[in-house]
Design a protein around this ligand. Structure first.
Ligand code: E1S
Ligand code: CA
Ligand code: ZN
Ligand code: ZN
Length: 468
């Protein structure tokens, strides 16, 4: 546990419960200062409560009470509590129960006066193909991108090969006939025009980028999906898991899908689909949450999701503290993390690199020094099993076993995951050991194995650790 706190300053400050600078508002004295801080942090994180204005040390400026009361009322309403607008005990208790990282208010946004298409059949045309990918792959990427949006709405898209179309997709470089010249490789990847006549809805992709349908370069499907969101009337979202988030990110798993925030946004413009799968989107984002990394720190389980750090105690009461830990400013996407109690070392794997923290020393190495072959570009999950001094690395359909004492990979690896870990349907998102069990998380399910016989004990539907 103490190691965990030590760890934080090294990896940037974590806002475990509200930020130190915001002044707690005057509340009935029964509440402890940390409860006040927890409540502030909670409302800021999940209810977009603005941080208090002004420099608190100068004037005992207090948050305007009505704003706080209104936010508390909103949260009380969401949880079906008495809407007192005050931080009464049951409201505080509700804040302390485990929480999804899913904000309860929308993060999507629109253009001024919400332009949208006034019809449900929208045509699109590909005016120019680029040379880096086959035409079939480009057609397929655009088809999948429009399908993401039509699945969530009553909209129907029709591809036209010549003549006018509502949405014209094209590749161009530098100055190309509008006021937004492209900038060569990197930087701006594409742009799109909001719904309307002529150029309205059109999408331009920067031809100087490396476009692919994989993980290298920029994924055409992902960028097209984002730009088409603009073509349909959505502007950017604050939800980091949304396709309408302003920054490009490459997803580890090949499939891209709209986040709940994207679906809510587009449906508030065009309504729900009349039939088909999208008619009833998943009840909430929680059951489809998949983690980026998980590790045990003493009796605390720490896991990462989209760069956010979560910590939950594995002993009742299951309180969860969510840390908006800003990981090293390289915007590192944590692939996985594990710790070795015997040596007190903590490993964080990101792409082809690992960070190892021992005491206060932080070292950086490559996953190839651990013995992973050069064709491995990232590790999906890793865990250490102290009983045998072994560390397991899960990569795609395979897994490796590293011997910490001999400091090298065990012979006979990699082996197929499904050959030895019954029940795992596809890649592993996160792995950790807890008492005598090993938990592998794949998608929204957790698989519990007995660490000795390596026998599947049971499968838990939603992973219980993210409190969803
Ligand atoms: C990134 N943005 C881009 O090129 C502005 N940097 C135009 C615009 O000025 O469309 O925002 C700039 C566009 C982009 C953003 C996010 C592309 C993804 C979100 C989630 S990929 C899995 C993903 C994304 C893709 C222009
Ligand atoms: Ca560019
Ligand atoms: Zn343009
Ligand atoms: Zn955008």
């Amino acid at each position: 546990m103490e190691l965990f706190w030590l760890w934080l300053p090294v990896l940037g400050s974590a806002i475990i419960a509200g930020s130190a600078t915001s002044r707690p508002v005057e509340q009935d004295q029964r509440m402890s200062p940390e409860d006040e801080q927890l409540a502030e942090g909670y409302l800021k994180r999940f209810y977009n409560m603005k941080p208090s204005r002004g420099n608190a040390s100068v004037s005992r400026r207090r948050r305007s009470l009505p704003a706080l009361e209104e936010k508390i009322r909103e949260m009380q309403q969401f949880f079906g509590l008495k809407e007192t607008g005050r931080l009464d005990p049951e409201t505080l208790k509700m804040m302390k129960t485990a929480r999804c990282g899913v904000p309860d208010v929308e993060n999507y946004s629109f253009y001024p006066n919400r332009p949208k298409w006034r019809k449900n059949t929208i045509t699109y045309a590909i005016a120019k193909y680029m040379s880096g990918m086959s035409r079939a792959d480009q057609d397929r990427s655009f088809l999948l991108a429009v399908k993401m949006w039509s699945d969530a709405t009553p909209l129907k898209f029709t591809k036209v090969d010549r003549g006018p179309a509502d949405i014209v997709l094209t590749f161009a470089r530098r100055t190309h006939g509008d006021f937004y010249p492209f900038d060569g490789p990197g930087g701006v990847l594409a742009h799109a025009f909001q719904p309307g006549q002529g150029m309205g809805g059109d999408v331009h992709f920067d031809e100087d980028e490396t476009w692919t349908n994989g993980r290298q370069g920029y994924n055409l499907l992902a960028v097209a999906a984002h730009e088409l969101g603009h073509s349909l009337g959505l502007s950017h979202s604050r939800d980091p898991s949304a396709i309408m988030f302003p920054n490009y990110r490459s997803r580890s798993s090949t499939q891209y899908s709209l986040s709940r925030d994207d679906v809510l946004g587009i449906q508030s413009l065009y309504g729900k689909p009349t039939s088909g799968a999208g008619a009833n989107p998943r009840p909430n984002n929680c059951d489809s949450v998949s983690l980026d990394a998980a590790l045990m720190m003493g009796s605390d389980l720490v896991f990462f999701k989209n760069g956010q750090m979560w910590m939950t105690t594995t002993r009742p009461p299951f309180t969860t503290r969510s840390g908006a830990a800003n990981l090293p400013n390289v915007g590192v996407q944590v692939d996985t993390a594990y710790d070795i109690p015997a040596s007190g070392a903590v490993y964080i794997l990101t792409g082809q690199r690992y960070l190892v923290l021992q005491g206060l020393r932080l070292n950086i190495g490559t996953i190839y020094e651990l013995g992973l072959p050069s064709n491995v570009r990232q590790v999906d999950a890793a865990m250490h099993v102290g009983e045998y001094g072994k560390t397991f690395f899960f990569v795609g359909d395979f897994y490796y076993r590293y011997d910490e004492r001999r400091r090298r990979m065990d012979p006979g690896f990699p082996r197929l995951i499904r050959a030895d870990w019954t029940g795992i349907p596809r890649r592993v998102d996160a792995a950790f050991k807890l008492e005598g069990s090993i938990f592998l998380i794949s998608g929204a399910k957790s698989y519990q194995y007995d660490v000795r016989q390596n026998r599947l004990l049971n499968v838990l539907s939603a992973n219980p650790w993210s409190g969803c």
